[in-house]
Design a protein around this ligand. Sequence first.
Ligand SMILES: NC(=O)c1ccc[n+]([C@@H]2O[C@H](COP(=O)([O-])OP(=O)(O)OC[C@H]3O[C@@H](n4cnc5c(N)ncnc54)[C@H](OP(=O)(O)O)[C@@H]3O)[C@@H](O)[C@H]2O)c1
Length: 295
Amino acid sequence: MSFTRRNLIASAGATGLAGAIALTSQDTANSQQPVAAPTAANAQGSFTNKVVLITGATSGIGEATARAFAQQGAIVHFCGRRENLGKQVVASIAAQGGRVTYQKADVQNEAEVRALMNECVRRYGRLDIAFNNAGVINPRFVKLHEQPTQDYIETMNINALGVFLSMKYEIPQMLKQGSGVIINNASVSGHKGYTEIAPYNASKHAVISLTRVAALEYARNNIRVCSISPGGVDTAMLRYAFQQRKVAFAEAEKTLPIGRANTVAEMANTVLFLASDQGSAFHGSAIDVTCGLLS
Ligand SMILES: NC(=O)c1ccc[n+]([C@@H]2O[C@H](COP(=O)([O-])OP(=O)(O)OC[C@H]3O[C@@H](n4cnc5c(N)ncnc54)[C@H](OP(=O)(O)O)[C@@H]3O)[C@@H](O)[C@H]2O)c1
């Protein structure tokens, strides 16, 4: 297999599911299935019956967070563009007793984001927690003057416009309910400059900025908004970045402050904490989960 961004990311999704379980679209986003009762495995979880929407849970941090919420009894609705991985993630979480549905949606497409939100509320009646996680890194690691303009546009559209659109369609439902928690996935790149990733860097600064504005605008509406800033998390995206910088993963992670990359489970744990009542003091915050990269 060649070492492209696309196939690296594709190969990393739906962890641990060698044999894909094919569900039809009828089994996932388009069916009229009612909300199932919590199974014995997760009926006592700390998020039992909370409705959670996640953008980009076909792999990586989003996938791990979908699993973690489902394990704690939440009902998870998620998107991503790779339908095959979406179906695999659904099958795998469902096999553990989790309640989860997948809907194909591209976060840079306003109609698809609106449809994602509408479908979540149509199925489950509300939206308690949103994790706006979908993101890409710019494909070519080159200096700013060499960056194709189209790469800048696409990276900004997915990472920054995607978060804007997600919040734009999540917030009205939360206002209607009178409650909600939104967590946006930013990055260490939203706090400082990194060479050769100008489009990604700019997009992640935008995510932190959008988070701060939304936090102020809805502070009196019982809608809590914050962002997380991961540093190096072992996913296809990080592996692609190290490969672009021509450093072996094992060597590169040794240079991180704690001598290793973070795990997707560590990021999921943080998101669940922030989404819980214990996270009530985090509002407008850009939470440093870099394990020292910003210290
Ligand atoms: N890994 C790190 O070290 C690190 C560090 C800082 C921040 N982050 C952030 O963490 C988030 C998740 O990345 P990851 O590391 O877990 O990498 P990943 O495994 O590549 O996950 C990215 C997820 O975003 C989805 N996505 C990308 N473009 C999308 C689009 N246009 N519409 C809908 N979904 C889209 C992907 O699904 P499809 O491809 O199926 O659409 C996938 O599910 C990103 O926002 C990233 O910037 C990661």
